[in-house]
Design a protein around this ligand. Structure first.
Ligand SMILES: Nc1ncnc2c1ncn2[C@@H]1O[C@H](COP(=O)(O)OP(=O)(O)O)[C@@H](O)[C@H]1O
Ligand SMILES: [Mg+2]
Length: 253
C-alpha cells in the first residue's frame, strides 16, 4: 500500500495529503511547545483531546454560518479539512488582559478590557511571531483592506460564539488565536477559519475559581495539562466516552 504523502510537520500537528483534491488530513500530535518552542514536552492524550475539541468548536461555527476548513473527524487523532492558502497572520482576540498585553501595557492579569481587542502577529517562528499593525499587513500585501475587514468580522463572530459556549460551562474565554485561510472557488475567494481552536490556542479560566484550563498550565508549570484539557472536554460533553482511551494504549490480559 502506498504511504500517504506528508505535506508539512509543525510543532503540534502534521498535514497529510487528503483523499480528494482540495482536502488534507490534519493529525494532532501530543507535543506541547511554548515560548517559540524553547519549552517542549510530550503530553499523553493532548492530541486526542485537541482533535475532539477543535472538531466541536469548528462544527458549531459551521452550523451558525461561520465558515471553517473543518469537514469531518476521521479517527481519534485525525480530521479531514479543506486545504487553504494560510494568511501568514496569527489573529488574536482578547476579552480580558493576560499574557503579552499585560506585560506590554502594564495591565494586571484578569482586568477586563473595555471591548474585545483584535491583534495581528506575523506568523514567523524565526522572528518569534512579532506583532504587526494593519499598515504592515497592507504594505507588505499579506491581506487587502477587504480581507482585513472580513478577518476582523470572522474573529469577532468566533469570539461571540466561543465566549457563549464557554460561559455556558462556567469558563471565561480570556483570549484566543485563530488562523484564517483562502479558498478559491473559480475566480471567487472565500476566507475561512483554519488550523485549530483548542485549549492550546485559547486562554480559559474557570469562572468561579479562576483556575487555568489552557496551555498556560504547561507554560507556567501549573499542573497536568491533559487533566486541564480533559476538564474542558468533560464540561462540554465531548469527551470520548471511555476516558481511559485518552492515554497510552494499555494491554488487557
Ligand atoms: N486548512 C489548512 N490548509 C493548509 N494549511 C493549514 C490548514 N490549517 C492549518 N494549516 C497550517 O498547518 C500547520 C499546522 O501545524 P502546526 O503544528 O500548528 O504548525 P506550526 O508549528 O507552524 O504552528 C500550520 O502551519 C497551519 O498554518
Ligand atoms: Mg500551530
Amino acid at each position: 500500500m502506498a504511504r500517504r504523502k506528508k505535506i508539512y510537520e509543525g510543532k503540534a500537528k502534521i498535514l497529510y495529503e487528503g483523499p480528494e483534491p482540495g482536502t488534507l488530513v490534519q493529525y494532532f500530535k501530543d507535543d506541547a511547545t511554548a515560548f517559540n518552542a524553547e519549552k517542549h514536552d510530550v503530553v499523553d492524550g493532548k492530541g486526542v483531546l485537541n482533535n475532539r475539541l477543535s472538531e466541536y468548536f469548528m462544527t458549531g461555527l459551521n452550523n451558525i454560518g461561520v465558515p471553517t476548513h473543518f469537514l469531518r473527524r476521521i479517527n481519534m487523532r485525525e480530521q479531514l479539512i479543506k486545504s487553504v492558502e494560510i494568511i501568514p497572520l496569527e489573529i488574536v482576540v482578547r476579552n480580558v488582559a493576560a499574557g503579552s498585553i499585560s506585560k506590554r501595557l502594564g495591565l494586571d492579569e484578569g482586568s477586563p478590557l473595555p471591548r474585545p481587542i483584535v491583534e495581528f502577529y506575523f506568523k514567523d517562528d524565526g522572528l518569534g511571531d512579532p506583532m504587526v499593525s494593519e499598515e504592515h499587513i497592507l504594505a507588505f500585501g499579506w491581506a487587502s483592506q477587504q480581507d482585513l475587514d472580513d478577518i476582523v468580522a470572522l474573529a469577532l463572530r468566533v469570539n461571540d460564539f466561543m465566549s457563549g459556549i464557554m460561559m455556558g460551562v462556567g469558563i471565561r474565554l480570556v483570549d484566543f488565536k485563530i488562523e484564517v485561510g483562502r479558498i478559491w472557488e473559480g475566480d471567487f475567494m472565500r476566507l475561512v477559519v483554519a488550523d485549530e481552536i483548542s485549549p492550546d490556542s485559547c486562554r480559559l479560566w474557570d469562572v468561579s475559581t479562576g483556575q487555568k484550563l489552557d496551555k498556560d498550565v504547561f507554560r507556567r508549570d501549573l499542573g497536568n495539562l491533559a487533566d486541564a484539557y480533559t476538564e474542558v472536554a468533560r464540561r462540554l460533553g465531548v469527551l470520548p466516552r471511555n476516558t481511559a482511551s485518552v492515554g497510552k494504549p494499555t494491554l488487557i490480559n
